[in-house]
Ligand binder design. Sequence first.
Ligand code: C2E
Ligand code: MG
Ligand code: MG
Ligand code: MG
Length: 288
Amino acid sequence: QGKRDGRGTFRFFQLEMGQALKVRALREQELRAGILRGEIEPFYQPVVALPGRELIGFEVLARWRHPDQGLLGPGEFIQLAEETGMIADLSWSLMRQACNDARLWPAHLQLAVNISPLQLQDRQMPERVLAILTETGFAPSRLEIEITETALVQDLEAARIALRSLQNIGVRIALDDFGTGYSSLYHLRELKFDKLKIDRSYVASIPLGSERAKLVDAIIALGSSLGLVTTAEGIESASSVEWLAEQGCTYGQGFLFGRPMDKPATDLLLNEWSDVAGKLVLSGSTPQ
Ligand code: C2E
Ligand code: MG
Ligand code: MG
Ligand code: MG
């Protein structure tokens, strides 16, 4: 009896797994076709200087405009793209589109692009970036590349070489999601970054005087003692803006200042925002 149940369960698992593999294979085909059809597009989220909220640039965030499922976030396809190697095509095409778009923005605005662990292991990565910059006419000094610590654990030496060549051509490097990795301090010691991005899990509604606030304070101090600028990500409440600025946090990003927007919405924002003394100041509510 028990044996039969066991076998039945096993068969059930086989069916389930078969189903899951089929679903995954289909998704993979869809994504491959989607990339070719140009369904992956850059969305732009504002980054502002603290506390005055002058717009200093945008971070590029990937979105998949799926023909029948609507707009999909990176959580729905980046991992699959990594596992199947499609991430390279996807990312380079995204960076090219973003540099093309950003080329027409006011010249002081920066562009931050996320790159994946796989791209960091690619020996030709710096040349590929340079090729895109040359082709689009976008200045290297306006580009920032964001990497997460998971990208660094794989091959630190390869990362070191790639990051140094990028910095040599004037591209800046940000360590993304700081505080979520396993060995953040080790990476800070081993590699030269230009910026720390404090993960939003620390920033989200910082209650004053809380343990989390003390940690954020310490991260900002650590950053400035190493000569790095800091960006607090995931700022949702106005109450943390003053506090972050007082602790010396340079930049901020979050729904309070603006959500990630497609290119038309971004262009609209750039056209409509008050341009006082040559500065774009975000009042707090952006379209979408
Ligand atoms: P990230 O680089 O840390 O990007 C910030 C994420 O936080 C974005 O999520 C953004 O929409 C979200 N966010 C920003 N402000 C707030 C806020 O105030 N509140 C909340 N709750 N969330 C906020 P998104 O777009 O879903 O991206 C998730 C992650 O996917 C990114 O985290 C990044 O690691 C990855 N990703 C996005 N685009 C790309 C890409 O083109 N290439 C690679 N390799 N990874 C990407
Ligand atoms: Mg990022
Ligand atoms: Mg981040
Ligand atoms: Mg994050």
